[in-house]
Write a protein that binds this ligand. Structure first.
Ligand code: GLN
Length: 390
């Protein structure tokens, strides 16, 4: 007799939407505007720094478990220069194999079985499996289209004496919204009132447009002590394949995350950390050029969507845009995604997977597109999407 295959804790998980859409895209030769995965390279000097690290022979063994000092310093400096945050580079930073791991080790290191964790929908798909693996319970609060804002009363009602944490993400995947200071202050007030910590996924922080300002929730009065902030080299330097992420915050919370990660990944890729540390040393002109590049791509993407007959709100941040396809197609976001990939030849992400089943109807008329692509790729998608208008 053989033992059944899966542990109960993973039996319900299925395959991530990103893997699923990537497979379907390959099968149908679709232009893939699904996963946030650039099809152009990041800064060459960052690549060179990693190559030199590999060749030096000094970086091919384990890095220190919390990260290499020059990268931890760079992360702390970035928070100081851009947001006036005082991060302890030695005890207040943890480098991780990607931001998804940073989120996971923060959950595992800071949340107990039986705790409640507030999750704002749409949410990044790793949050809920992480919360469930920790034995905690997600409590959902939805953002509402077309502007993707929460109802303050719905947020208030989600807090209870069992709430331990809230997962907060801004600039927001998949909606492209950047929370205002007033919205963040309301979240912060509730966290202070109920003694709740924040796991703040702020990985799209360098991707802002027009007048949007990123306010780290950790920068609001009284919040630094109760917030861990997650960042990503995939997003900051366009190197998603390097899988370098980080989390910073007060030393006691970071130590919780560290205790957990010691026994999962132990340490993070050493030469890639040297490359990312070099990225942080490039200076502020890098971020200006990065935003200018994406400004152009956002404009092109908006033209592509308008040309195809979809309605969308200009994203204020991230490289994602939500498009309302209801004038073009009868069916929900999952059916439309299928139609797009198999009949039109362009991939997107159905955002209902970022909602709990009871709330999926909220986003049934939208799909998410990414514009972290070469202009030629976006133009090829535009050409194919002409067919949508019949
Ligand atoms: N954050 C990326 C996105 O939303 C995906 C990252 C991943 O596939 N794990 O597209």
């Amino acid at each position: 007799m053989s033992a059944p295959g899966y542990a109960r804790r993973v039996a319900g998980f299925g395959t991530t939407i990103f893997a699923e859409i990537n497979n379907l895209s390959l099968q149908h030769g679709a232009v893939n505007l699904g996963q946030g995965r650039p099809d152009f390279d990041g800064p060459q000097e960052v690549v060179e720094a990693a190559i030199n690290a590999l060749r030096s022979g000094n970086c091919n063994q384990y890095a220190p478990g919390r990260g290499i000092p020059q990268l931890m310093e760079g992360i702390a400096q970035h928070a100081a220069v851009f947001y006036d945050l005082e991060v302890d580079p030695e005890n207040g930073v943890l480098v991780t194999p990607g931001a998804t791991e940073a989120i996971f080790c923060s959950i595992m290191g800071l949340i107990d079985p039986g705790d409640e964790v507030i999750v704002i929908e749409p949410f990044y798909d790793s949050y809920v499996p992480g919360i469930e693996m920790a034995g905690a319970t997600p409590i959902y609060v939805s953002l509402h289209p077309p502007d993707w804002v929460f109802e303050p009363d719905e947020l208030r009602a989600a807090f209870s004496d069992r709430t331990r944490a809230i997962m907060n993400n801004t600039p927001k995947n998949p909606t492209g919204r950047v929370f205002t200071r007033a919205e963040l202050q309301l979240i912060a007030d509730l966290c202070l009132k109920h003694d709740v910590i924040v796991i703040a996924a702020e990985v799209y922080e360098p991707l802002l447009f027009d007048n949007a300002r990123h306010v780290p929730i950790a920068s609001l009065p009284g919040m630094f002590e109760r917030t861990v902030t997650v960042g990503s080299a995939g997003k900051t330097f366009g190197m998603t394949g390097w899988k370098i992420g980080w989390v910073y915050g007060p030393p006691d919370l970071i130590t919780g995350a560290w205790r957990s990660i010691q026994f999962t990944s132990f340490a993070t890729n050493h030469p890639a950390q040297v490359g990312v540390a070099h990225g942080f040393a490039m200076g502020s002109s890098y971020y200006e050029e990065y935003q200018a590049l994406y400004h152009g791509k956002r404009a092109l993407m908006m033209d592509v969507l308008a040309g195809a007959g979809m309605k969308s709100i200009l994203p204020q941040g991230t490289y994602f845009v939500m498009a309302d396809f209801s004038d073009l197609f009868d069916g929900d976001d999952v059916a439309f995604t299928q139609h797009m990939i198999t009949e039109i030849g362009v991939s997107c992400i159905p955002p209902s997977v970022f909602f709990t089943p009871e709330h999926r109807h909220i986003t049934k008329d939208h799909v998410r597109f990414t514009f972290c692509k070469n202009d030629d790729t976006l133009l090829q998608a535009a050409e194919r999407m002409r067919k949508l208008r019949g």
